[in-house]
Write a protein that binds this ligand. Structure first.
Ligand code: BGC
Length: 411
């Protein structure tokens, strides 16, 4: 459904409660090196405009821990001013009637015309702007060490079979073929790409429409078989590993590739690696031309004395020059369609072109793993099954059956 909406294209909690009116307290999960570098671009930009920053970082890729902290803060009557949030979480909070309204700045700045409708679907509630999108990430990427690829004598893989050939060759060369961290959201990130590699219609039917026939059918069994095959290329110490440590394994030559959203590029850049020379970015084989996206948006909570600073932050986040500067560092692409690609590297330019192409061809889909295809309750049910299977608790056929049950129960 989302595809049709697209047109064109640590813990300073103590100081939080004393934040001055001209400050924003920002709850986020950007704590890895590349993420923090991007965050600094935002902090500096705001500080330059006289908006003070009270930091509320909650570590944990994918933001689950941050969302738990947020719930506790809101329940205690102490909502932060601005919160990094993904897709359906924004809709869930909007339904609780606790968010601020950004219409004043959105109208003055013409957001309606420049923000793709696929993002507006999440940024607006009942026609009102409630969030400012800072980027568009996508999850169906593979980040490959150039030297490890060259050592295989093979080209970057275009199909599942070619991917397996490259992984086998890397194994034969004595490195860990696939760098991965065993955390549910990371398993789910690979699952996004594997499901999409089995067809746009299959992704739509299973991850967006939650059709039980697709969730439990033969193609889903094949998806789980592919997941098990990928698991066989991961090292034994993967459990609980953070995603950025998996990126480091590729960076330092210990591993051949990582299947991860484009925030991984931020880690490669921080390590002074150059796309095309030191690492290669490709779409997950079999998903070329299609994109599973997620967008980080800043949601403003309805807090006393926050308004002016919140509107100023929202305006700053949506500024075209800022969107370019921030996303160049973050690994994502701008959340507006009118930002030039000049400052972006090869992977960034590809990301922007892929997004526009997928949008105009009806091949842009919300990422399940990152909260853009189904609400968190269903997402978490899918996570549980994908992770249990990845850790060998279910065979592929049982996993597909369990998926049907888990999704039905969660709805
Ligand atoms: C967010 C990214 C973040 C990544 C890892 C994703 O859900 O959209 O901004 O870098 O999680 O923490």
């Amino acid at each position: 459904m989302l595809k049709n909406l697209y047109s064109g294209v640590a813990g300073l909690a103590l100081v939080a409660s004393v934040a001055a009116a001209e400050d924003v307290e920002v709850l986020h999960w950007w704590t890895a090196g590349g993420e923090a570098a991007a965050l600094n671009v935002l902090k500096d930009d705001l500080q330059g405009q006289g908006i003070g920053w009270v930091d509320m970082p909650v570590a944990g890729g994918g933001g689950e821990a941050a969302m738990t902290t947020l719930r506790a803060r809101v329940t205690a009557g102490d909502a932060p001013t601005a919160v990094q949030m993904l897709g359906f979480d924004i809709k869930d909070w909007a339904a609780e009637d606790v968010l601020g309204n950004l219409n004043e700045v959105a109208e003055a700045e013409g957001w309606d015309k420049v923000v793709p409708e696929a993002l507006q679907y999440f940024s607006k509630d009942d026609g009102n702007w409630i969030a400012a999108p800072v980027n568009v990430h996508s999850t169906n990427w593979v980040w490959i060490s150039k030297s490890a690829l060259d050592a295989t004598g093979l080209d970057a893989p275009q199909s599942w079979e070619e991917l397996i050939a490259v992984l086998d060759a890397m194994k034969a060369n004595g490195i860990t073929p696939l760098a991965h961290g065993g955390q549910a959201w990371q398993d789910a990130t690979i699952f996004d790409a594997v499901v999409l590699s089995l067809g746009d219609d299959f992704y739509t039917a299973s991850m967006i429409d939650l059709d039980p026939d697709a969730l439990g059918g033969d193609t889903m069994v094949e998806a789980f078989e592919r997941m098990a095959k990928l698991r066989s290329y991961v090292d034994d110490n993967f459990s609980g590993r953070d995603w950025n440590l998996a990126s480091s394994m590729v960076i330092n030559g210990e591993a051949g590739m990582q299947m991860m959203g484009d925030w991984a590029k931020g880690e490669f850049l921080r390590a002074d690696m150059t796309p095309g020379e030191d690492f290669v970015c490709i779409r997950f084989p079999g998903t070329q031309g299609a994109v599973t996206f997620n967008s980080d948006q800043f949601v403003m909570f309805d807090v006393a004395d926050g308004d002016a600073a919140q509107l100023a932050m929202a305006k700053a986040v949506m500024d075209p020059a800022f969107q370019s500067a921030f996303n160049v560092v973050k690994g994502s692409v701008p959340a507006r369609t009118d930002v030039p690609n000049d400052a972006f590297d090869g992977c960034g330019k590809k990301g922007m072109a892929d997004l526009a192409e997928a949008g105009s061809n009806g091949r842009l889909f919300g990422s399940m793993a990152h909260g853009h295809s189904v609400p968190a309750s269903v997402k978490n049910a899918i996570y549980d099954v994908v992770t249990a299977h990845f850790n060998g608790e279910y065979d592929a056929a049982t996993a597909a059956e369990e998926l049907v049950n888990a999704v039905e129960f969660a709805q």
